[in-house]
Ligand binder design. Structure first.
Ligand code: ITT
Length: 194
């Protein structure tokens, strides 16, 4: 069992996600520290990221004593793939990968895609679960580009930065505009006040 009232635990097995989150966390002056916990969560296949996130959070509640959060993210190709891979992002990345996604698209200039992230946060002092969301819109890159980031970053071009994929940005640049950066910004605003 883990317990420290000024520590907030981020439960994730993804070191890239943790790196992004800890960079944002350490820039904010708050009384809480961040710590990674790589404990096994149960991931269900559901219709929305929120359902996945809540189930995941509850699956580890019995192992935690303090405040903790999980974050669930997905990559959605709205045009022309109607939101695929979305909640199937992990499976699709492991199977067909970025190359497989590119093969499904003909007109890249007209493609529309977004990343969504949802943080499910259990805040011990009030015994409540809170949600914080973030979303970034863009399109799919014709080719796999960039060495930074992880996952789908090399094929996503955010609207706000013309012609660079997420993998061509520094962590700091990605954090400023990303789905994860936005969701975490909202969590930090809450923690500043509580
Ligand atoms: P957890 O242990 O935190 O669950 P995960 O790697 O399973 O880590 P998610 O379920 O949130 O992460 O992500 C679903 C998939 O989307 C996974 O394959 C990630 O690599 C990918 N992904 C998530 N966030 C991303 C981002 O910011 N950029 C690129 N790909 C991302």
């Amino acid at each position: 069992m883990t317990n420290n009232e000024n520590t907030v635990y981020f439960i994730t097995g993804n070191k890239y996600k943790f790196r992004e989150v800890s960079e944002i966390f350490k820039k904010k002056k708050i009384k809480y520290d961040l710590e990674q916990k790589d404990i096994k969560t149960t991931e269900i296949q559901a219709q929305t990221l929120k359902d996945v996130a809540l189930f995941k959070l509850n699956s580890v509640k019995c192992k935690m004593k303090g405040s903790f959060f999980i974050e669930d993210a997905g990559f959605f190709v709205d045009i022309p793939l109607e939101g695929f891979p979305g909640v199937y992002s992990s499976y699709v990345l492991k199977t067909i990968g970025n190359e497989g996604i590119l093969k499904l698209i003909n007109d890249f200039d007209r493609s529309v895609a977004h990343f969504s992230a949802i943080i499910a946060f259990y805040f011990k002092p009030i015994d409540k679960t809170l949600f914080f969301e973030g979303l970034v819109e863009g399109k799919v890159s014709k080719t796999i580009r960039g060495k930074g980031g992880f996952g789908f970053d090399p094929i996503f071009i955010p609207n706000i930065i013309l012609d660079k994929t997420f993998a061509e940005l520094s962590t700091e640049e990605k954090n400023k505009i990303s789905h994860r950066g936005q969701a975490l910004g909202k969590l930090l605003e809450f923690l500043e006040k509580n």
